[in-house]
Design a binder for this molecule. Sequence first.
Ligand code: DOR
Ligand code: ZN
Length: 421
Amino acid sequence: MIIKNGLLVNPDTNTSCKADIRIKNGIIDEINSDIPAASSDECIDAEGLTISPGLIDTHAHFRDPGFPHKETLHTGSLAAAKGGFTSVICMANTSPTVDSVPVLQDILERAKNEDIRIFQTGTVSHGLKGKVPTDMTALKEAGACGFTDDGIPVTDASFCYKAMQEAAALDLPISLHEEDPAFIQNNGINHGKISSQIGLYGSPAIAEESLVARDCMLALRTGAHVVIQHISSKYSVELVRTFKNMGANVHAEATPHHFSLTEDAVSVHGTLAKMNPPLRTEEDRLAIIQGLADGTIDIIATDHAPHSALEKEKPFPDAPSGIIGLETALALGITTLVREGHLSLTELLEKMTINPARLYHLPYGKIAKGSPADLVLFDPKELWIPKEYLSLSSNSPFTGRELYGKVRYTICRGKLVYTAS
Ligand code: DOR
Ligand code: ZN
């Protein structure tokens, strides 16, 4: 395959240039200014398109096994490819949870049938109950790429400390959902202006900040690579900044919804703006953007969390938390961060490609001769409106909203896995 006339953006080397790419046997074989195409070559004309390494999502819920009415490995992969993602790291809050080698092996075996690369985390505790540690060594040997009880916080500090020590010894990241339930009366809505309007107490920012403070300290003490998942509050961002400066191997993920929306979205979109941790205030949103701009937040992750329409139609307190995100993430990054002048396109792509690859030791996220041919070709200027999804679920507050940046082609292992119509 030959891709001609595209603008290559390579966050790995912080370079961009116009060039052609030849792909052979799933590998980037040549990058040059004018590669002649033989008539037998599959050729893509990328004139006007930007070519980035395939996107890598460190935080998605494919619901497989357990909830095939919400998503499966297959439908999740289709949604990922449409969004420009060629590698996705799945969370472990499936049913059963990924706390044993057989569950993990089953997922990884079935994942091989999909067009994108699926990686799987193992849980930190058995059944996400925070009491009995999993055999992290065995899970790593069976292919786990990291550990997380995502969806549920690890409330016991000493348990969390030991898990971090173990993760550090195994040199794998441990990712943490930071919301102390002791502070929370209602999940999925910030304790603030909107929650009081609708008569709920909600989930205050201190629920997150108190655990972030604790876990930054534990990260500093253990040396583990600790990921603060879906960061939502300004003080959490400040804590990560401070502890990074102190030398902790602490990382943070921001989701497109936390940098694009505030709690006001709950008034407009109801349960489609319900997620854990919740959308917070404009001050928090701007602090997240500042954290992305100055490098405090190194990763943009979707927290793609499919739920059925029937479940999301329940009254606010009863509906499940979470929204889908794979198909709109790049466009939200371009629309909210790049076009508003907060990040360059290369900086945005760095947080969606090479930074995740480095943290999870994946050999992807770069465009280089000899590297795997995982690429996304998109038009950063194209205006489009999300209307329908390849995900099995469509729980998104961004449906119907004008966004810039449209994925045209996704290539994984040298194979075209998505073409926009
Ligand atoms: O809103 C959320 N939904 N946050 C999480 O951490 C978990 C996710 C889910 O699994 O639905
Ligand atoms: Zn989470």
